[in-house]
Design a protein around this ligand. Structure first.
Ligand SMILES: Nc1ncnc2c1ncn2[C@@H]1O[C@H](COP(=O)(O)OP(=O)(O)OP(=O)(O)O)[C@@H](O)[C@H]1O
Ligand SMILES: [Mg+2]
Length: 323
């Protein structure tokens, strides 16, 4: 089980010489648990900190504060031998698939490479595993003998998935893994992921803008806004009975998920600037329900008896879970 506790990370952005550098608060006090066989979806608008959270979870970035635990022990520092050994158990499917592949390496070699790096199997076993992974994502033998630039965007995305799958990881962070796939390939890749998840007890963090996909694949959903989790809970509850005004706006934009006859909620105001997060609730400048308290006092996550958490002063959550 992978768990992160109170993770925060900010980036320093150097300004022009006449101005001081600024800080972008990418991830702020995020705690997530990924149990085996479960999929947690991370949703939220562009720049809300989803990819950064994924990289922090796998130890690919070092947090300013907080820590990550894998099966009860702290994740070692990146680059150390202990970390290298762990890497095969934790895989990332990159958001930009072309950048994840070596342009000079054929697809089949790129998929085989993690097995060689981690010394897994004999050459025959490796060939079988590579074949199975390529088949699982629907790439033909002929396609896998090409170089990345000779494939379509969706085919490259499938190759990146196959490369992540081949070591049969315990935890997989999939960052927009299906954005370039058409619906039939999406269904095929999703079935493969679900089947792998059952067989290997794999935990998945599924980062996506597509709430329809999220509804099909995720057991839980966490909603990020300006680097923080503002709502989290079982998928059905979060998508069908969202509590946070921001989640309501996200859900209302997807007619199939939003309640019948529900009006689309268009968010007022500009998207937030992560280098100057507002005081109080980070969402208050765009929130139609904001009261005075929201402008000064940042709401903590409160959890309902049904396991739905929300960080909002005005949301009614019914009975709260006793702690
Ligand atoms: N290496 C970096 N240096 C500086 N700022 C960064 C860096 N990586 C991310 N950021 C900033 O951190 C914030 C969160 O970025 P992140 O990539 O995690 O967002 P995201 O939710 O994945 O967005 P998207 O949906 O567009 O992929 C953004 O404001 C981004 O500009
Ligand atoms: Mg991203």
């Amino acid at each position: 089980m992978l768990r992160c506790v109170n993770l925060s990370l900010s980036y320093r952005i150097p300004g022009p010489f006449w101005r001081k550098s600024t800080r972008v608060f990418a991830v702020n006090d995020v705690s997530i648990t990924l149990p085996p066989r479960q999929t947690l979806a991370l949703v939220g608008e562009s720049g809300s900190g989803k990819s950064t959270t994924g990289r922090l979870l796998l130890g690919l970035e070092t947090p300013d504060a907080g820590y990550v635990m894998l099966n009860g022990t702290r994740l070692p520092k990146p680059g150390t031998r202990r970390w290298q050994k762990l890497r095969k158990r934790l895989q990332l499917v990159y958001q930009s698939p072309l950048a994840a592949l070596d342009a000079r390496m054929k697809i089949s070699d790129a998929v085989r490479e993690p097995l060689a790096i981690h010394n897994i199997g004999t050459p025959q076993e490796r060939a079988l595993k590579v074949g199975a992974a390529l088949e699982a994502v629907g790439l033909t033998l002929e396609q896998s003998s090409r170089y990345p630039h000779e494939l379509s965007g969706g085919q490259v995305q499938r190759a990146v998935l196959a490369r992540a799958m081949v070591t049969e990881p315990e935890v997989m962070v999939c960052d927009e893994p299906m954005s370039a796939l058409d619906v039939s390939v999406q269904a095929q890749v999703m079935n493969t992921l679900l089947e792998m998840q059952k067989r290997m007890r794999m935990a998945i963090l599924f980062i996506s803008h597509d709430l329809r996909l999220v509804r099909q694949i995720a057991h839980e959903v966490a909603v990020m806004y300006l680097g923080r989790i503002v709502e989290q809970g079982p998928t059905e509850l979060v998508l069908h009975r969202p509590l946070h005004p921001y989640t309501r706006a996200l859900v209302s934009a997807v007619p199939v998920i939003g309640a019948r006859g529900q009006q689309r909620i268009v968010l007022a105001g500009d998207p937030p600037d992560p280098s100057r997060p507002p005081n109080g609730c980070p969402f208050h400048p765009r929130c139609s329900l904001a009261v005075d308290r929201c402008r000064v006092d940042r709401p903590a996550l409160r959890t309902s008896a049904e396991g739905q958490s929300v960080a909002c002063h005005v949301a009614e959550i019914g009975a709260e879970a006793s702690r």
